[in-house]
Design a protein around this ligand. Structure first.
Ligand code: CA
Ligand code: CA
Length: 440
């Protein structure tokens, strides 16, 4: 008996606890045990079983979500799936599409009157969600409101290869948390045509608005994402009290319906700002947002927009094409009283072409660190500088690993005078010097 007890004791001490794997499938049942042959039906049910370090595989196919599956009503919100269980450092909880399969969650029949609908409300931390498709999220409120496909309030989460489309909701929205990575996600064809004036003025592809400042709200990064045909902006970080980073992201056709009807604001990247109030809710240190190696094409308004921000941001190696204004650095005066030309911006190695109205506006060159851009270098940008300006390449399928498609769109042609015209700002480059724009 003593030996047996010791054996158990040492087993517990020596062997790490093994992570468990569970399965969710469209033909599953929440009374099942969650094995591959007895899968659960809902992610919510899987969450009730798992612990830190576990993985939930979600099988491919369609999941028609129903009102009965709404996990929680609170205040004006209806959370359909509420992920409030956290992993821990080194023991993430994974909600992953089963390898090679595509689960599609359809919310088009969920219409609780008077509620904002969040398809996934993520308050937990150390969670990794990968490979899910969310479609048809509704709006029922006819006054000011918004619904969301994913809302993040946790930290250290990864959102990867998610597709949020053809609904009335914002694709991804962050208002709390830090150290989150939004990687290789697509948000498209999202238009709230129900609330307010039916123009979808709140429906951004990606919104990042850390509502507090300090250590728990820093280091939120968007990388490799695409946003198109969202009725408001592609990416929006208005009212962000900590800096947000957009890196290697694409934004196009925002502010338009899919037939290019005029809808909401329509900026590619709306980086910062606290509105034009005389008493804005601004943090003591105005964050410098980072927008680098991004591509912005044919948005209704500005490709890259500072949006009355109260300070400068870092705009590095971006490419803008065919926006109304490709680069609009409009700032607000530090005393909140007036809109002024952009100050404090660090603008380097940016490239643009074919703006519909102006290549740039609102740059106070004396108050910015803005050299080595196409608008102040001795270069001439023509269509011949690019291998292709065929916009249909923007929606090409992603690479097998989920990264952005690699094709000729807006890549520099051999012999272009834009090659090697940038300055070394600390990122890798080929040849004698960095090229202008987002593709080296
Ligand atoms: Ca917006
Ligand atoms: Ca180069």
């Amino acid at each position: 008996m003593k030996i047996l007890i010791l054996t158990i004791f040492f087993s517990l001490c020596i062997y790490p606890s093994f992570a468990s794997v569970y399965y969710v499938a469209g033909n599953g049942n929440d009374t099942n045990t969650g094995t591959i042959s007895q899968p659960f039906l809902t992610i919510q049910r899987a969450q009730s079983t798992i612990v830190a370090g576990d993985t939930v595989y979600i099988r491919g196919g369609n999941y028609t979500m129903t009102d009965a599956q709404i996990a929680k009503y609170t205040g004006i919100w209806a959370y359909v799936t509420l992920l409030d269980k956290s992993g821990s450092a080194g023991k993430r909880i994974n909600y992953w599409a089963y390898p090679g399969e595509k689960p599609v969650f359809d919310y088009s029949t969920i219409k609780p009157a008077g509620y904002r609908i969040n398809a996934f409300q993520v308050t937990g931390s150390w969670i990794h969600i990968r490979g899910l498709e969310v479609t048809g999220v509704q709006v029922t409120i006819t006054t000011h409101t918004q619904s969301e496909c994913f809302e993040n309030q946790g930290s250290n989460n990864i959102y990867e290869m998610l597709s949020m489309h053809d609904g009335k909701a914002i694709g991804f929205y962050l208002n709390k948390g830090g150290n989150n990575l939004i990687l290789n996600c697509d948000a498209y064809n999202n238009w709230d045509n129900v609330s307010e004036n039916q123009k979808g003025g709140n429906t951004d592809g990606f919104g990042c608005h850390p509502s507090q400042y300090g250590v728990g709200y820093v280091n939120n990064v968007f990388r490799g994402c695409r946003a198109w045909f969202n009725s408001d902006d592609g990416y929006d970080c208005i009212n962000a009290l900590e800096a947000v980073t957009f890196e290697n992201c694409w934004s196009f056709y925002n502010g338009y319906s899919t037939s290019f009807g005029s809808l909401g604001d329509g900026n590619g990247f709306k980086a910062g700002g606290y509105g034009v109030s005389a008493t804005p809710k601004a943090p003591p240190v105005i964050p410098r947002n980072n927008i680098r190696f991004c591509l912005s094409v044919r948005n209704k308004a500005n490709g890259f927009y500072s949006n009355h921000h109260l300070g400068g941001s870092n705009w590095l190696n971006n490419t803008a094409y065919n926006n109304a204004v490709n680069y609009n650095m409009l700032n607000r005066s530090a005393d909140y009283t007036a809109d002024v030309s952009g100050y404090g911006h660090n603008l380097k190695n940016n490239l643009g072409y074919g703006a519909r109205s102006a290549e740039y506006s609102n740059i106070d060159f004396d108050a910015c660190n803005a050299d080595s851009n196409y608008f102040n270098l001795p270069v001439t940008v023509t269509e011949a500088d690019f291998l292709s300006v065929n916009q249909s390449l923007l929606t090409a399928p992603r690479e097998a690993d989920g990264s952005l498609p690699v094709n000729n769109f807006m890549r520099l042609a051999p012999g272009s005078d834009l090659l090697d015209k940038g300055m070394d700002i600390g990122y890798p480059f080929k040849g004698a010097a960095p090229d202008l724009g987002c593709f080296e």
